[in-house]
Ligand binder design. Structure first.
Ligand code: PGA
Length: 249
């Protein structure tokens, strides 16, 4: 059985003070062994987040890494540096990296390969734009992203995040998400992703109120949450809703 994974992507948000409040409040949440959880703060906050999380059973991950071990890459952070800090999870190919930083699927593939080679677990993000969906090309675009981003890698967590649903308040309907997740599963299982362990997360305007319906979909194994993960109460409400849905089966 695939253990659900709920990940908060904090993007370029949160002050140190907010980071402290988040952990203070989240510490009171009743953790369950039934779920895995993680959050990805901005680079400058990773060390403090690791310290603050203490024994809480959630991991701290990064939002990106460079494909090289070190070198003349001003402003970048390597997977080796993340590992050195004790960070073992990293996002790769988030649509904001793909669009704002012109990251191609082949670069995403090299970043993920580097992370894997050092023992980090990447979460590879894919998703179509609104224009691509309207043109009936969503499956084709995501297939291409999956083929190039995951080429030659051992199975990794994949996050399907339709670009039109990110930060817009419009999430994909459970049917739209399920259709794409089923498709992605057929692709990644074709390359060795096991039906028992291959996790595929949905992301894009997830909120506590939309969690149960998404998590009820057979091929949605977890969530990548932006805005609604910034406050501990809202992140905990998503964890609660996911857990409740799990109990319902
Ligand atoms: P959102 O972001 O939940 O704020 O839409 C999701 C993401 O970009 O990972």
């Amino acid at each position: 059985m695939r253990k659900p994974l709920i990940v908060g992507n904090w993007k370029m948000n949160q002050s140190l003070r907010e980071l402290h409040s988040f952990f203070k409040e989240l510490g009171a949440w009743r953790w369950s062994e039934a779920l895995d959880a993680g959050i990805c703060p901005a680079f400058p906050h990773l060390a403090e987040a690791l310290r603050l999380k203490g024994n809480l059973p959630l991991w701290i991950g990064a939002q990106d890494c460079h494909e090289a071990d070190n070198g003349a890459h001003t402003g970048d952070v390597s997977a080796a540096q993340l590992k050195d800090l004790g960070i073992l999870h990293v996002l790769a190919g988030h649509s904001e990296r793909r669009s704002n930083h012109h990251e191609s699927s082949s670069l995403v593939n090299r970043k993920a390969a580097k992370a894997l080679s050092l023992g980090l677990s990447p979460i590879i993000c894919v998703g179509e734009t609104l224009e691509e969906r309207k043109a009936g090309r969503a499956l084709e675009v995501v297939t291409q992203q999956i083929r190039e981003s995951l080429a030659g890698l051992k199975p990794v967590v994949v996050a399907y995040e339709p670009v039109w649903a990110i930060g817009t308040g419009v999430n994909a309907t459970p049917d739209q998400a399920q259709e794409m997740h089923q498709h992605i599963r057929s692709l990644v299982e074709g390359w060795g992703g096991s039906p028992e362990t291959q996790r595929i997360l949905y992301g894009g305007s997830v909120k506590p109120e939309t969690t149960a319906a998404l998590m009820a979909c057979p091929d949605i194994d977890g969530l990548l949450v932006g805005g609604a993960s910034l406050k501990a109460a809202s992140f905990a409400a998503i964890l609660d809703a996911a857990q409740l849905q799990l109990q319902k089966g």
